[in-house]
Every structure is written in C-alpha cells, then in structure tokens.
Design a protein around this ligand. Structure first.
Ligand code: C2O
Ligand code: CU
Ligand code: CU
Length: 489
C-alpha cells in the first residue's frame, strides 16, 4: 500500500525508527494513498446553507461548575451530496459542539474516547491547569474517559478545542476533531456587540476527498497538507442568508497548513474587533485579512447598508501550492468561501463602539530573554536544532515573571505559525518594527514568514507546570517542531 516514494521518504527520516511503524499502522486506518493525489469529486458551490455547530448543553449543573459529557467517536458527515464522509468528531460531528462559557464559571468536560486510537484534547487559547491543558502525551486511551477542568478565567475570547495527540495531531484534526469554545464576560456584554443568533463562528478548513467521498490524507506528508475543497463550518462553500443588520463573525483558521487572505468580493471593508486573546483596543477597518493556522480574528460586518436581494462573497485571494506557505495574492480568480445573501429587513439594537477594551502589558518582573530558532533538518522540523522530546524541558520560566521570547525563522522561506500554550503574549516587534495594528492585541499564535524575527512578551502568572509551544502547521508539529517549557517556583 505504500509507494516507493513513500518508502524512500521514510528511509530518509532521522527522527527515530519508533515513529515509523506507528505511523504506518495508523496509515492503514486512513484512506489508502498513492503517488497520485486524488482530485476531489466535483461539487456545486452555494447550494447548502451555512451550518452553525450546535451549542454544547451541560449534563448537570453543580454549585461550582457546569459538567459536560462529550464522546469522541466516528460519525458520518454529509459534505458531498450522495457521498457520505466518515469522520471523527466530538459527539460524532465536525466541527464539534460550540462551548459557550462565562468568565469565572468553571466547566468540567468529560471526554470519552470511543475511537480505537489514543487522543488528547487541547483547549487552545484558554488558561488551563497543566493536567487539563491537553499535553500531547497526556492521552485519553481508547475506551476511557478523561475529565478536563476548565476554570474559564480568561477574559472574553474566541478559543477552540482540538486534538493534540503526539505525532497524530494532523490526521486527527483533519478527520474532524475540532470545535469552538467561546468565553463571554460582563465587560464585553456591556459593549452591546452583536450577540446570540448574530454571533457566528466561521471555521475555515480545506479538505481533499477520494472518489467515494472519504477524506484523503497523506500521513507521510510532513510539509503541510493542503485540500482542494474549501469548507466553512464543515460545508463546502455554503451560503448564509442574513438580516440587514450587524453580525459578529468569529473567524478561525482551522486548517492544517493553509493560509487565507480574506476579503469581501464587493471590496468593502470588514471591521476587526478582536484577535486570539480577545478584543482589540478599538475597531480596525480592513479590506483584507491574512489569517494563519490557529489564528482567530473577530470581525463585525454590517449588512444594513445593502438592500434586500444583494449577494456578495467572503473570499480567499491567497494562492498556496504546498506546505511552505502562501505563494501569492491574486486580484481576480479568488476562491469564494461563503456567499452572503441579504435576505431580510431587521432592526439592529446592537452597537459597535469606538473604544473596545484596553490591551495592557502585565506588570511583572522581567525574566531572561530566550531565543527559539525554527528550522528544517533532515526532512523534519526542529527548534534550536532539536526535535520535540517529551522528556526534555527547553525553558523554565519563573512563576510571577514575564519573559521576552525571540522567535526566529531560519528555514529558508518556509512559514511557521508559532503557538505558545498557557498564556497570551503581546508582540513587541516584528523584524525590529512595531507590529501592524491587527497584531497589537492579545495573541497566542504568531506567523513567522520567510526570515522573520518576532519578539513577544509572555506573562507566566496563571499556572505552574509543563506546557508546550509549537508550530501550528500541524504536519510540522507532528514532525517534531515542538518544545516544552515548565513554569516553576
Ligand atoms: Cu492549537 Cu498546541 O495547539
Ligand atoms: Cu494551545
Ligand atoms: Cu512550521
């Protein structure tokens, strides 16, 4: 079932023989592959409405927390008409149910693993104690249940949860193990931004399908896997019928290795109000929005300026050929991702204030500056020359301090979106310059293009313990571009 080229590539790997049989065994559970990457079956765009993932419902309410039960299991998704797609999903759906939390009110999420393989659940963006963070080796074994404790002590923000299984995050997320996790708080509520039915997550993912509708994935592609179909909330190029009013959209790039540059086909601006860690100080009008894997960008689009009957697209104008990163931006021939159909009149009681939420740097003693260099080595990916090793700790920041980390891309043109667990950071500078306004909010993922050097300031004041940081091109992550830090006394 493996082609000669795959075997050659395997032979060239230097990251340890142990990984190869495991990967080969896992490959057998995925669709067969060959040197010929399939072209997905033809689909007709804009015949399906935008799916909105259901909101998770607690199983019980305890005095100090809400309890949820989720089952990681196989499911069947109706993505290409007439060709059912086997997936892995939280509660058997993809994206999984959307969690809606309130600041200060804790959740216990009991995750039952009914899949035949180890899994790990990571809550990306939240402040989570180390034993609930979803460390890549903290497995939920098949047939068991792990209880994750989420204190919800991060101010209002758009997080997401996804699989984080050591070596297998790429295939597991690709098969569907990802969902949204949204935190609300009183400060944000008081701003009266569009909410409820007008607060909509948009999860962007690319996928490639075999002729029978099953997902195609090549577990030996360590460059970064790209699909040829564009999904929003699990549907290929859906339409969304909107009212003539403001909507808040929480954009998540949930793709394995694809970058997007989003814009409206009518060239009107989109108003950005937040990044990964929550609201920006003030709304920011943008005509194009670049979004790397795992980044979140909260926006407001006001449809009241259009008459009923108007349609336009949210489109991607970025061309990408491989896992190296974006290739070029096109001005025509963009890919429409969602069609907005202005369909109903409405009154709009929501607001878009001129001032949102201040971004403040943590007032903590400054610890050492550390440098992390991201490079390619022998067909795999390293940080400071080393592969991920769960038994090695690369940095020991002291609890109650903040540090400056220099993130340096030395991989000859490859892009790496770097994500650091545990706490948000602030970008101090990008290649020696003040970052652009969209990067001046709280961030947990920052893209390193070409030869970028980005300095970030990270507070370590939430929990002690061991966390990871890594490239969020999940194929790079699986191929070892990950490190560990431990917050110590
Ligand atoms: Cu979104 Cu360590 O991951
Ligand atoms: Cu994370
Ligand atoms: Cu990378």
């Amino acid at each position: 079932m493996f082609t000669r080229r795959d075997l050659l590539r395997l032979g060239l790997l230097s990251t340890g023989a142990a990984l190869i049989p495991r990967r080969a065994a896992r490959a057998a559970t995925l669709a067969l592959f060959d040197d010929d990457v399939p072209t997905s079956p033809r689909t007709t765009p804009f015949v399906r409405p935008l799916p909105i993932p259901p909101t998770a419902v607690p199983t019980s309410i305890e005095p100090d927390c809400d309890v949820y039960d989720v089952e990681m299991r196989e499911g069947v998704a109706d993505i290409i008409p007439g060709l059912p797609t086997p997936i892995w999903g939280y509660d058997g759906i993809t994206p999984g149910p959307t969690f809606r939390a309130r600041f200060g009110r804790a959740f216990k999420v009991r995750q039952k693993n009914s899949l035949g393989e180890d899994t790990v659940v990571h809550l990306h963006g939240a402040h989570t104690p180390p034993d609930s963070d979803g460390h890549p080796t903290d497995f939920v074994l098949p047939g068991t249940t792990k209880e994750y404790f989420y204190p919800n002590i991060h101010p209002a923000a758009t997080h997401w949860y996804h699989d984080h299984t050591n070596d297998f995050t790429g295939p597991n997320v690709y098969r569907g193990l990802a969902g949204m996790y949204i935190v609300h708080d009183d400060f944000e509520d008081a701003l009266n931004l569009p909410s409820g039915d007008y607060d909509i997550p948009l999860v962007f993912q690319d996928r490639r399908f075999n002729a029978d509708g099953s997902l195609f994935y090549n577990p030996f592609d360590h460059d970064g896997f790209l699909g040829d179909k564009f999904l929003v909330n699990g549907a290929i190029q859906p339409y969304f019928r909107v009212e003539r009013r403001k909507y808040r959209f929480r954009l998540l790039n949930g793709s394995n290795a694809r970058y997007y540059e989003l814009s409206l086909s009518n060239r009107r601006p989109i108003v950005q109000i937040g990044s990964e860690g929550g609201l920006l100080p003030a709304p920011l009008s943008r005509t194009k929005i670049r979004i790397a894997m795992a980044e979140r960008i909260d926006v407001v689009i006001d449809f009241s300026q259009y008459p009923v009957g108007t349609s336009f697209y949210l489109q991607n104008c970025l061309v990408q050929q491989d896992g190296r990163g974006p290739d070029r931006v096109v001005s025509s021939g963009c890919t429409p991702l969602v069609r907005f159909d202005v369909a109903f009149d409405a009154v709009d009681p929501s607001s878009l204030p001129n001032v949102l939420r201040p971004v403040v740097r943590a007032n903590l003693p400054l610890g050492p500056t550390r440098t992390f260099e991201f490079e390619r080595s022998n067909g795999a990916w390293v940080i400071n020359g080393r592969f991920f090793d769960e038994n090695r700790v690369d940095a020991r920041p002291r609890f109650g301090t903040k540090e400056v980390w220099r993130l340096v891309n030395k991989s000859g043109g490859w892009h790496h979106p770097i994500h650091i667990h545990h706490d948000d950071f602030i970008i101090l500078d990008r290649n020696g310059r003040t970052p652009p306004p969209e990067e001046r909010g709280y961030k947990d993922t920052v893209n390193l293009a070409g030869n970028d050097v980005v300095r970030v300031e990270i507070p370590f004041h939430t929990f002690k313990g061991r966390y990871v940081f890594h490239c969020h091109n999940v194929e790079h992550e699986d191929m070892r571009m990950m490190g560990q830090f431990e917050v110590v006394d």
